[in-house]
Design a protein around this ligand. Structure first.
Ligand SMILES: [Fe+2]
Length: 120
């Protein structure tokens, strides 16, 4: 018999407040990350190419779901989005210092484009 997770873990089963919705989205993101972890473990644990391809594709779709949920979270909580952006900028600065992200955040240098990122 299947055992489904409680969709209202941390919340009560009624219309949620915005704050409760934000918390539920964080829980949803955690679920997506867990799914990525499990699918990736299964890809690594088989040599059957078809299984690797199908499960790997599903794993990558879960990554897209993380992106959707993160975007939704940041739309609902712009302050949290600022914290994420701050952290991203710190790492990008370290990457630039190490020459790993060529001049992406240095003043006066061109910002990366989709095309320039594809060339890397
Ligand atoms: Fe998903």
């Amino acid at each position: 018999m299947p055992s489904f997770a409680n969709p209202f873990q941390g919340n009560v089963p009624r219309k949620m407040t915005k704050e409760e919705l934000i918390q539920s989205i964080r829980l949803d993101i955690a679920g997506e990350l867990e799914a990525i972890f499990l699918y990736d473990a299964h890809v690594q644990a088989t040599d059957i190419e078809l299984a690797k391809r199908v499960i790997g594709d599903i794993r990558d779709e879960e990554k897209a779901h993380v992106g959707e949920l993160m975007t939704l979270l940041h739309a609902l909580d712009p302050k949290e989005a600022e914290h994420f952006a701050s952290g991203r900028a710190e790492v990008q600065e370290m990457m630039a210092e190490l020459g790993l992200h060529p001049a992406a955040n240095r003043e006066g240098d061109a910002k990366p484009t989709v095309g320039s990122l594809l060339d890397q």
